[in-house]
Design a protein around this ligand. Structure first.
Ligand code: LLP
Length: 423
């Protein structure tokens, strides 16, 4: 049994003089006191560094997939570091625009965009609209007839590549709700139709094979599958989507954004692709910059079976274990480098036995009520997939850097919970 793997903590993690965790020069325990728990803490410099790495790996067209983690501070940060932003709904579009990100730096996704979303994006002048279906093309033609706006578009193509990841986040296979199938000929039909339509300006092709993909070679396969199509069309742009994986638990290893970019570029060169190649990383930008800190409220020892450590959060701030069976590490911020010699079950406070954050959580001996307990690598698809189940408010988010913390999302209050209840 060992201490929490250091590589899973944010880049700026350091051990304070009492053995406690510091991130961005801030004492994690003090942050929990000041902002309450559960609390999401992000290493701002790490977010910035990953954005810069993505721009260096893929160039100007690379977009941050905001569904991984979004608030106005994050939108601004990614924009300042030179990334475009991928937004996948009217709400994500709204937040990015209200953060001051210019519309032409935004890429709108969605397999079922509403008229309201399409109108908002076209009127704002989003840089790229990624068209997902023939029905969407019908809608765009109808809207064009009314207002004459001609958006720049990419077509989302399903390349028929099965990246080995969780079934719920695989998207490149033929049997997918997303995009135009390459093998069935829909992709070719969509190109023909968009080229002859005055309602859109076709700039290129987009493919996204899935998420939490550990093997960069799947992108080589996707590029190989798309190459004949892309080359024949002579379109200027190809986006290979997002999806490169990150390590969550001890022993996992994932390619860096730089390595991913190298693999994709090499595959494109080999396949003779001359289009500008871009990507849309989300998880690899945000996941390991963030951690969640909870306070322990109940410790229940069931003799001969196990110890349940219940914290003040749960599957409403991190639904990934319940949804995908995803694993996380645990540690005590007061003793970050301590050997974790005990195994407990870290559970939340919600009214379901499935509200388990870490089924076999390693902790140092002596976890007591009132302790803080933390899970690293929760910066992506945690806060953004959270809910208000059991009518509990969502946690606050702070960015830390250079010994300073700033609140970027405040904790939801009782008033927030009542705000939409008009009965
Ligand atoms: N581009 C498109 C079109 C996408 O659908 C996604 C993710 C991305 C980019 C970013 O993928 P990333 O680099 O973050 O893997 N909730 C799941 C992940 C769902 C991903 C959905 N689409 C999870 O927690 O694992």
């Amino acid at each position: 049994m060992t201490a929490v793997p250091w590589g899973l903590l944010p880049d700026s993690a350091a051990v304070g003089e009492h053995g406690q965790l510091l991130v961005g020069g801030c004492d994690v325990g003090a942050l929990a006191e000041e902002y309450g728990t559960p609390l999401f803490i992000y290493d701002e410099e790490q977010l910035r560094a990953r954005c810069r790495e993505a721009v260096a790996a893929f160039g100007d067209g690379v977009a941050y997939a905001t569904k991984a983690f979004l608030c106005r501070a994050m939108a601004r940060l990614a924009h300042e570091e030179g990334m475009q932003l991928d937004v996948a709904s009217g709400g994500e579009l709204l937040i990015a625009l209200s953060a001051g990100v210019p519309a032409d730096r935004l890429v709108l996704h969605g397999n079922n965009k509403s008229d309201v979303e399409l109108i908002a994006a076209r009127e704002a002048g989003v840089g790229r609209l990624v068209v997902d279906s023939f029905d969407e093309l019908d809608r765009l033609e109808r809207l064009h007839a009314a207002d004459g706006i001609v958006p720049k578009v990419l077509l989302r193509i399903t390349p028929g590549v099965e990246a080995h990841t969780h079934e719920f986040v695989m998207t490149g296979q033929d049997d997918s709700k997303f995009g135009f199938g390459l093998k069935v000929g829909d992709a070719a039909r969509a190109v023909k139709r968009t080229r002859s339509s005055g309602a859109v300006e076709l700039l290129g092709i987009h493919a996204h094979i899935g998420s939490q993909v550990f093997v960069a070679g799947f992108y080589t396969q996707a590029v190989e599958a798309l190459a004949p199509f892309v080359n024949e069309l002579g379109l200027p742009e190809l986006s290979i989507g997002g999806g490169i994986g990150v390590a969550y638990v001890e022993g996992e290893e994932a390619p860096s954004i730089t390595e991913w970019g190298d693999v994709v570029r090499a595959a494109c060169v080999d396949a003779g692709i001359t289009a500008r190649v871009s990507a849309e990383p989300g998880r690899s930008i945000a996941a390991s910059a963030g951690l969640t800190v909870y306070r322990v409220g109940t410790v229940k020892d069931v003799p001969g079976i196990r110890t349940f450590v219940a914290c003040d959060g749960g599957f409403i701030d991190n639904p990934r274990p319940a949804l995908y069976g995803s694993g996380y590490e645990t540690f005590l911020p007061r003793a970050v480098a301590a050997d974790r010699t005990e195994t407990v079950r870290l559970v939340g406070k919600h009214c379901e036995s499935g509200d388990v954050l870490v089924p076999e959580a390693k902790v140092p001996p002596g976890v007591v009520v009132g302790d803080l307990i933390a899970t690293p690598v929760t910066g992506a698809y945690g806060r953004t997939m959270g809910s208000n189940y059991n009518s509990l408010g969502r946690p606050a988010v702070v960015f830390v850097a250079n010994g300073q913390a700033r609140l970027v999302i405040r904790r939801e209050t009782d008033q927030d919970l009542l705000a939409t209840d008009v009965g």
